[in-house]
Design a protein around this ligand. Structure first.
Ligand code: CP
Ligand code: NVA
Length: 300
């Protein structure tokens, strides 16, 4: 595997299998294993944006692997008042054994990884959220027995978001059939979608739901895009995941969401809270197992 995990372009299909197999094993053995691959190691967790799942699962994950997690609020670091990304990378490489970072510009994470001698994991940028997709693919594998071309996934809402971008890369890696249903003005980025015959864009939400195994959606206003709220609420309204769309899909179709969710916006309360259809809390739990697998492979 490469030193860093910044997008799903950094891993191969074989790497993905290794990560998912290890995540499944760590999940199974969570309370019985005595292995501590991060024993004696310190992992910095830099956050410039809010987080519940990512922060808690990485902190708990480092602890369970025997390491020491340091939560670093980016706004309270010197980086928050102008220290350069390269200087931060050089300094942290002298103290730590790995960095997990959630920030705004993806280019900052690339620069940090380039300048750091220790592994860097992207815990969300404006453009990508690869850790989330590892947990999502683990969840799909648990429920369908596989995560490959036999699975059809439909993503509704912002086709240019960090989630949509990462989902397209996940489809490229696994061969999953992915349809992105979004309005034209937020259609998937050509540079990410092009050359992927298993990924399509369908502006009609009902057409996109045909034969779907997994519905996926995300907030209509991502962190950092708050000033676009009024425009976004308007254009995404037809793309709510709800009972009407489930009626067109496979009868045992499931619902996924990276969370946090807004009931009545991107998903109806009925679907979000349907214990038969909604896998969102299994999916959230899988963040822990996925992150432990990633850190075991990259930082031990
Ligand atoms: N899905 C996700 O990344 O959640 P948090 O923003 O709570 O970390
Ligand atoms: N697209 C969302 C994902 C949150 C986990 C955001 O960036 O805010």
């Amino acid at each position: 595997m490469k030193k860093d995990f910044l997008t799903l372009r950094d891993i191969t299909r074989d790497d993905l299998e290794v990560i998912l197999d290890l995540a499944a094993k760590l999940k199974r053995d969570r309370y019985t294993t005595t292995e501590k691959p991060l024993l004696g190691k310190s992992i910095g967790l830099i956050f410039a944006k809010s987080s519940t799942r990512t922060r808690v699962s990485f902190e708990v994950g480092v602890h369970e692997l025997g390491g020491y997690p340091l939560y670093l609020d980016q706004s309270k670091m010197q980086m928050g008042r102008g220290e350069t990304v390269p200087d931060t990378a050089h300094v942290l490489s002298r103290f730590l054994h790995g960095i997990v970072i959630r920030t705004f510009a993806h280019s900052d994470v690339e620069e940090l990884a380039r300048c750091a001698s220790i592994p860097v994991i992207n815990a969300l940028t404006d453009e990508y959220h690869p850790c989330q997709l590892i947990a999502d693919m683990l969840t799909i594998r648990e429920h369908s027995g596989r995560c490959d071309s036999s699975v059809k996934l439909a993503f509704y809402g912002d086709g240019r978001s960090n989630m949509a971008n990462s989902m397209i890369l996940a489809a490229r890696l696994t061969g999953m059939e992915l349809v992105i249903s979004s309005p034209e003005e937020e259609a998937p980025r050509a540079d990410i979608i092009q050359g992927a015959p298993n990924v399509s864009w369908e502006p009609d939400p009902v057409k996109a739901a045909k034969d779907v195994d997994y519905f996926y959606t995300d907030v209509w206003v991502s962190m950092g895009f708050e000033e676009e709220r009024a425009r976004r609420m308007k254009i995404f309204t037809p793309y709510q995941v709800n009972e009407k769309l489930f009626a067109v899909a496979h009868k045992d179709a499931k619902f996924l969401h990276c969370l946090p969710a807004h009931r009545g916006e991107e998903v109806s309360a009925g679907i979000m809270d349907d214990p038969e259809r909604s896998l969102v809390f299994d999916e959230a739990e899988n963040r822990l197992h996925a992150h432990k697998a990633l850190m075991s492979l990259l930082m031990k």
